[in-house]
Design a protein around this ligand. Structure first.
Ligand SMILES: C[S@@+](CC[C@H](N)C(=O)[O-])C[C@H]1O[C@@H](n2cnc3c(N)ncnc32)[C@H](O)[C@@H]1O
Length: 298
């Protein structure tokens, strides 16, 4: 089936794809169409412009019809094309990795604000707990050329994807990936520990958008009955692994900031700050291992 794409020019096919997507639930049909047609024809923005009048052949028409059907059925563009840009870095996805979200860039921003308060070199070792594609860790290492980091995940295939992303980005020599539950197998001290753990309360998963519910791995989403299981497990581990003065930065779901802050304080961490995302929602809770000496940031 060619879905009406055969014989169209590249530009007309892009417009046809956008009009098909407009009839479905996607709220960004033009952008989706551009990304999808670019992936199917292996053309970047410039290539799409310079090939605008080239005629789509039968095989390409079939592939475009297939991506239109998949996107129309609620599969996210990132899953169809197999990668997602995060912090300007192209990250490969696999079926067991979450699609990195723009909200999570707030964790990266908060960590870099800490790194930039004076002694950036003081951030030598970073741990990213539940690393998925490696998004947070690789973004930080791309900005902190003297740092190295460890990413953990319970999912072996996710770790292979993260390691592959590290290689593609030229960061493999500064990364290690470890298969374990949260931070269980790590040895400190770390200057920064970051995590975007699973935090959706189990009963809310069935009501999530199709893009998330049917296409993101549930292990990356499900935070247990109240959404806080991962924080209960990882905060005590992280508190032991941080160096004095080091910081723990945790992404949280809506309305979870106070509970997560209390869990940090219960482990002796100083509640240092909360950072909101672009929508103004408290998104990152920051705790610091407090002590008489060695503090690079307060
Ligand atoms: C919300 S996703 C975040 C992925 C990535 N850090 C990001 O921000 O895009 C949570 C990640 O935690 C991992 N995870 C779930 N349970 C875990 C556990 N017990 N120990 C380690 N990682 C776990 C999942 O496999 C998933 O990769």
């Amino acid at each position: 089936m060619s879905g009406g794409f055969k014989g169209l020019s590249v530009d007309a096919a892009r417009r046809h794809l956008a009009s098909l997507l407009k009839q479905t639930s996607t709220d960004s049909p033009e952008l989706d169409a551009r990304l999808l047609i670019g992936a199917v024809l292996d053309l970047d923005l410039t290539g799409l412009a310079t090939s605008a009048s080239r005629i789509i052949d039968e095989q390409e028409a079939g592939r475009l019809a297939d991506v239109a059907r998949r996107r129309g059925a609620g599969e996210p563009v990132a899953r169809i094309i197999g990668f997602k840009e995060f912090w300007g870095l192209p990250l490969r996805l696999s079926t067991t990795t979450l699609v990195p979200r723009p909200d999570t860039e707030t964790v990266v921003e908060a960590a870099l604000e800490i790194a930039n308060t004076g002694e950036a070199d003081a951030i030598a070792r970073i741990a990213d707990i539940g690393t998925g594609t490696g998004a947070i860790l690789l973004a930080l290492l791309s900005e902190l050329p003297t740092a190295s980091g460890v990413g953990t995940d319970i999912d072996m295939a996710a770790l292979e994807t993260a390691a592959d992303n590290a290689r593609q980005l030229g960061l493999a020599n500064r990364t290690t990936f470890i298969h374990c539950s949260y931070a269980q197998a790590l040895q400190g001290p770390f200057d920064l520990i970051v995590s975007n753990p699973p935090y959706i309360p189990s009963r809310e998963i069935a009501g999530l958008a199709i893009e998330v519910r049917d296409h993101d791995p549930h292990r990356a989403l499900d935070g247990g009955a109240d959404g806080l299981d991962a924080y209960r497990a990882l905060i005590p581990q992280a508190a032991l692994l941080l160096r004095t003065g080091g910081a723990l930065l945790l992404e949280v779901g809506q309305h979870q900031d106070q509970d997560v802050g209390a869990l940090m304080q219960a482990q002796g961490l100083r509640l240092a700050a909360t950072k909101a995302d672009l929508a103004g929602i408290p998104r990152v809770v920051i705790g610091q291992k407090w002590g008489p000496a060695g503090s690079f940031w307060q």
